[in-house]
Design a protein around this ligand. Structure first.
Ligand code: ADP
Length: 315
């Protein structure tokens, strides 16, 4: 099975393009070189020992082979190290750039507040509309910056979660409230099915709310016209399981393997919602897994999706 996967994924040109390195530095190509090289050297040694099979000659030729293998191996390792270094620098760059962006965003926020509190009366409808658009763009930018910071933290293994008492009923109530306006505007009905009492769990309350909100807002957002979103909470012996089901556009079969990857956006979603970042599910899955839970989904294009996450009761 693994070997079939390897053959299917075997595309050296794509690998070098994905990694941003020349084709001759692609690790897969270097491995092939090393294999071919070892076979050739072995054959040479085999034929040479036919003429001279003294132990000295054997030892010397074995040493030569080992030195050559070590040299090619070293080249492969240093390439991989270089790539790891570039990856680390990229992650650090994202952190620094995002932090730097926070200051001007806060400044815009501040200026907008001053403008609205001091000069609102003197502004006409058109001017107020422009200010509202600026404010929405600022919100989008602030969310993107926060998401990028979270992604960098996840990639650097620095995501820290609090450990609070989490009341899922409170979280769901607040998420439903947050999404009410958008749902109403999109003709979407949100319903909740939950037991009378949801067992209390431990985890990062804010982050679990972000995850739930992300799944519910996606469900609302990716319904084309009219539809429903159902939030269900169940609990078994060990876990509580939250399901968010919608009858929206669904995710094409061929793209389902990539859903939790960074920056993933399905073709059908990207066509009607150009503003997504493809970071929400990546961040959400990492938060849930770091909290000791699991996240998964089922989806049928054109019929809808179900996203699930579980969290341990005594986590
Ligand atoms: P964003 O919504 O900003 O694009 P996400 O990471 O939250 O980023 O989602 C990634 C992609 O997964 C979306 O762009 C969309 O293609 C797909 N997706 C997520 N949730 C749903 C859903 N409920 N229905 C259909 N597609 C979805």
């Amino acid at each position: 099975m693994e070997s079939i996967k390897f053959i299917l994924n075997f595309n050296i040109k794509k690998e070098s393009e994905d990694l941003g390195i020349p084709i001759w530095q692609a690790p897969s190509l270097l491995f092939i070189f090393m294999g071919v090289f070892i076979v050739i050297v072995m054959l040479i040694v085999y034929f040479l020992t036919k003429f001279d099979d003294s132990p000295e000659f054997l030892v010397l030729s074995e040493c030569a082979v080992v030195i050559m293998i070590l040299s090619v191996g070293n080249m492969i390792i240093s390439n991989i190290e270089k790539m790891a270094e570039v990856n680390k620098m990229k992650s650090e760059f994202v952190t620094i750039a995002s932090h730097q962006l926070k200051t001007p965003i806060a400044q815009i926020n501040w200026e907008l507040e001053i403008l609205l509190s001091n000069y609102k009366k003197g502004l006409d409808k058109k001017q107020l509309d422009i200010i509202r658009t600026i404010s929405q763009s600022k919100e989008t930018m602030a969310r993107l910056v926060n998401d990028l910071l979270d992604v960098a933290k996840i990639d650097q293994g620095k995501l820290v979660l609090n450990r609070d008492r989490v009341n899922m009923t409170e979280i769901i109530d607040s998420v439903v409230k947050n999404n009410e306006v958008l749902a109403k505007a999109s003709n979407v009905e949100i319903s909740v099915i939950k037991p009378e009492v949801i067992p209390e769990i431990f985890g990062d309350k804010k982050r679990i709310e972000v995850v739930t909100d992300n799944l519910v807002s996606n469900a609302v957002k990716y319904i084309r016209k009219k539809g429903f979103v159902e939030i269900k909470v169940e609990s078994d012996e060990k876990n509580i399981v939250v399901t968010i089901k919608d009858n929206g556009m669904g995710i094409p079969d061929r793209q389902q393997g990539k859903v939790f990857q960074k920056f993933f956006r399905s073709d059908n979603a990207a066509l009607c919602h150009t503003d997504g970042t493809g970071l929400g599910l990546y961040i959400s899955k990492n938060i849930i897994e770091k909290s000791g839970g699991k996240m998964w989904f089922k989806s049928i294009e054109g019929l809808g999706s179900e996203f699930f996450f579980s969290l341990p009761k005594n986590g």
